[in-house]
Design a protein around this ligand. Structure first.
Ligand code: NAD
Length: 255
């Protein structure tokens, strides 16, 4: 019996084969999960659709998480297709590129709102629509980064957004625990992806992983995928509200 046999869920945040969402999707599929995917826009659909179809998905819908109507439509499609839902992967973040370069004090009101809306509030918006479909309980996992807890050069407003995201994970977990809906986040070490390319001097972060992390190497999308698999599966049936680090131990160090 595979870990995710009989479980159905939606993955938000696949952009291409470099995406962390792709590493997660492959691990879930290998363990028997049935997957649905969302994509942000038509340009990304061309990349996402063939990847999703290669994992046997036929629920592939556009969804801008800034739009409540889009999110509504996405969960309507899942309800029509499956009736119920077992899990959701939230692997979405966005901030203006300039805001990841300038001194933090120069962050604009609009830039702050945008980063917090797409990268943190969207988890709440998605969970809200998932709850009625998780009749037998379920599991929700989001993606975060150490910049929520410590100052990481250039991470700026995204660090604030990730702090809000992690607090949202805890509040959702506390509220939904009784319904057997678990909510956790994985805090991944730096990985070269489309989103990461927006962070100034990102290569420096990869180099630090090789030189200073306890494991002296970067981690892969697949390694993140395996930890997300654990949190979504019944192996983690007693785990909720956690921020689980997959960073080769980088976060434990003081210097
Ligand atoms: P990615 O670019 O592959 O994924 C980001 C996704 O967010 C894309 O699919 C993009 O389409 C989506 N997105 C952006 N704005 C959206 C919107 N308005 N509506 C819907 N989708 C939207 O990059 P990734 O690194 O795989 O990022 C996935 C998650 O992992 C993000 O939350 C990111 O912060 C987090 N993370 C990344 C790293 C890293 O080093 N790459 C480390 C820790 C955490």
């Amino acid at each position: 019996m595979k870990l995710m046999e009989g479980k159905r869920g939606l993955i938000f945040g696949l952009a291409n084969e470099m995406s962390i969402a792709w590493g997660i999707a492959k691990e879930l599929k290998a363990q028997g999960a049935e997957l649905g995917f969302t994509y942000l826009n038509e340009a990304l659909e061309r990349r996402v659709r063939p990847l999703a179809e290669s994992l046997g998905a036929d629920l592939i819908v556009p969804c801008d998480v800034a739009s409540d109507e889009d999110i509504e439509r996405t969960f309507d499609a899942a309800r029509e297709r499956w009736g119920e839902l077992d899990f959701v992967v939230h692997s979405v973040a966005f901030a203006n590129r300039e805001d990841l370069k300038i001194p933090f004090s120069q962050t604009s009101r609009d830039g702050f709102k945008l980063a917090l809306d797409i990268s943190a509030y969207s988890l709440v918006a998605v969970a809200r629509r998932a709850i009625p479909l998780m009749k037998e309980g379920g599991s929700i996992v989001s993606m975060t980064y150490l910049g929520s807890q410590r100052v990481i050069p250039n991470y700026n407003v995204m660090g604030v957004a990730k702090a809000a995201l992690e607090a949202s994970v805890r509040y959702l977990a506390a509220e939904l625990g009784e319904q057997n809906i678990r909510v956790n986040a994985v805090s991944a070490g730096p990985i070269k992806t489309l989103a990461a390319s927006g962070i100034a001097n990102f290569r420096e972060k990869l180099k630090l992983m090789d030189e200073r992390s306890p494991m002296r190497r970067c981690i892969s999308q697949e390694e993140v995928g395996k930890s997300v698999l654990y949190l979504l599966s019944d192996l983690a049936s007693g785990v909720t509200g956690e921020i689980h680090y997959v960073d080769g131990g980088y976060n434990i160090q003081g210097a």
